[in-house]
Ligand binder design. Sequence first.
Ligand SMILES: Nc1nc2c(ncn2[C@@H]2O[C@H](COP(=O)(O)O[C@H]3[C@@H](O)[C@H](n4cnc5c(=O)[nH]c(N)nc54)O[C@@H]3COP(=O)(O)O)[C@@H](O)[C@H]2O)c(=O)[nH]1
Length: 837
Amino acid sequence: MEWLGQTLGGQSLLLPHGYCLTWNPSLLWTMVISDAVIALSYFSIPFALWYFAKKRPDIPYRWLMVVFGMFIVACGVTHIFDIVNIWQPSYWASAYAKAFTGIISFATAIALWCIMPLALKAPSAQNLKVLNQELARSHAELESRVQQRTAELTSALNQSHRLSEALDHIPAFVYIKDTSGKYIYANRMTLDFFKCSADDLLQIDESKYFSAKTLSRIKEVEKRVLEGGEDTREEIEAITADDKKHTFLQIKTPIYESAVGRNIGGLCGISTDITDLKNAEISLRIAATAFESSDGMLITDADCAILQVNPAFTAITGYSAEDVVGKNPNILSSGRHDRLFYQALWDRVNTTGTWCGEIWNRRKNGEIYPERITISEVKDNDGKVTNYVSVFTDISESKASSEQIEHLAFYDPLTNLPNRLLLLDRVRQAFSSSNRTGKKGALLFVDLDHFKVLNDTLGHSTGDLLLKLQAERLSHCVRAGDTVARFGGDEFVVVLEDLDRNATEAAAIAEQIGNKILATLHEPCQFGTHQYQSTSSIGITLFNGDEHEIEDLLKQADISMYQAKKAGRNTLRFFDPAMQEKLSVRASLESELRYAIEKHQLALYYQVQVDDNHRLIGAEALIRWIHPERGIVSPVDFIPIAEESSLILDVGHWVIDTACLQLAEWAKSAEKKHLMIAVNVSAHQFRALDFVQSVHQAIDLHKIDASRLKLELTESVILEDVDEVIAKMHALKALGVRLSLDDFGTGYSSLSYLKKLPLDQVKIDQSFVRDLAYDPNDAIMVKTIIDLANNFRINVIAEGVETELELEILKDYGCRLYQGYLFGKPVPIEKLQFSAI
Ligand SMILES: Nc1nc2c(ncn2[C@@H]2O[C@H](COP(=O)(O)O[C@H]3[C@@H](O)[C@H](n4cnc5c(=O)[nH]c(N)nc54)O[C@@H]3COP(=O)(O)O)[C@@H](O)[C@H]2O)c(=O)[nH]1
């Protein structure tokens, strides 16, 4: 080293070059500037290399750039030292810099030569150009392939989307599972079932949705598919996690990894919820079984045409399916139910969907039988009726036995009459009816006299026979609506309904029926060789609605029955003594009246009828009973009694005959032959079948001018069966008789009747005339009647005219004929005044 130092630094043989610079400044500055430019350029190169290496990290051998950079920097430093050494020679520093530069240059040269073979392998620009062209072609080809692939993928994607859309709309669970049983695809319905999104498919945990048993069944089937490559089709009953039982039809098929290989990559499943179908199938099976039941069944369409019947239908009705299919079920109608019944039935079916009840139908052989039937309508999902189904049972036998049971419960087995229980019910019904109509009814307590004696002497069987016979006879004494019941032992109770509003009239009818019962029960009875004649005692009490308790009424009837017994038996007694008295009077009056007719105690009085000039036009014949003890008895007291019995026919006949006789008398006199006689005809008398004939006979017998006879009919005559009344009136008119409507205005006859009736006259009732001057209503009534009669061209007569004022008003209103005390009271014929009054 020392040597080297001396050689380089201490040897004066070597000439320092700086001397030449002192005498040549241009050279100096050329060198200084050049060295400076070189150094600065050198210093910039590492930065360029650093920048390049940073930007191109892909370039291999980047460390070479670092070495090269250091080499350049070292070169630059030697040039700086060249400048510095000129003025401040620092040759050691310069020598070290150059030494370092030498080392780094060497290292760089080595490195360059080392990488030379590689560098030589680097493509030339020509190569690169060719490569670039190759690359561009490849790129274009790739681009086209990418586009084609993209198109293919897009098409596949669209296809897949369409498929997915389609699968989402399939009403079935469609899914794909991988070999581990995880879902990798699920359609919308499946996703909804699992309540998850397509992204969460892999997380589906089936154990949350299916019971353990169901899940194990599913897994078992899937194992067969995935491991055995089996196509499966199974019905699985799944109990879902919400405890609902479903039936699924599951079709599962393996999916192979490739079209050619046989490696199973998963399975595809399609599950359909067939729960409803299954239920319908079960229902159908049940229905089919039920259809074979022992109940008759009939199915119709919505128009009630029979579609199907079951064997039981045929067994019950006798009609085969061929007989009835296509026909209306009304071929079974028995005719026992009216149109309203069927209308109500169908109203019920249409409003509630079903009707259940008992109905009488007719079998094919014509036999009518009762059936218990339920008719139900069947509707479709839109609520439209599609069918009617009738299910029925023949209840002939059960009805018969239930009727028998009912009969035993409510009827006396010996006499077949209602027993005490049913009697009480009937009395209650009678009370309601009486409440409704206002008509009174009666309870008759009938006891057979000396029944015990018969029982003891002829034996109980004969006693039973008598009871049966008398029960039957009793039943024939009353109307169909009345009740005869066996009250116990030899006691019977009769309930009479709908008698009359008036108590006396009701009592009279009850008495009449009571007497009929007494007579009927008194008829002889033949028991083998024994003839027996029994009597009975009857107690009667009237009822008016439910004024009294049933028990009280029975007691009353019972008490009065004992009174009848006390009175000597074979008689009847009323509970009300006053009523009894009234009826006794009535009864004696009736028998007396009979006698009066025979003994000519009846007489006709005549009351004049005049015109507006007070001239006599005739007279009204008014009956009087000239009673030897009671004096003159008013018709008011005996005509109603006569009307209740057939006596009125005799009385009425006598009156017409007597009046005709009188007319025949008058006919002989020139002054009197124009006069008329008006005769009152009661409703009962008019209704007699031979009434017209009897009038005819009287006219013929006395050879009178029929037009002189005027029959006065009351409104009660025309209230019943108008057509028949009119026919009868025409028959009378044909005889020439005149007809007058009595008491006009007091009844209910309508104006239309007035028009229809062949009347000659209407008679204004005296009740209107009485208050004519004071009561404006009566005045209006009278005026109306007169106007009406005039309009119908019927003459009008006013009765009960007592005062001049009444006469004046009547005249003023247009009435031209009069009758009343003003002109004369009813008098015997010999006292009748014929001269103008
Ligand atoms: N079926 C039959 N009925 C008859 C017969 N005879 C009478 N009768 C009916 O009896 C009822 C009462 O009749 P009578 O007591 O005779 O009364 C009549 C007249 O006396 C009475 N009258 C007549 N003018 C006046 C009067 O000015 N004032 C007054 N207070 N009374 C008067 O009117 C009765 C006549 O009624 P009518 O028959 O409606 O014209 C009575 O209903 C008779 O019908 C008979 O033979 N058969």
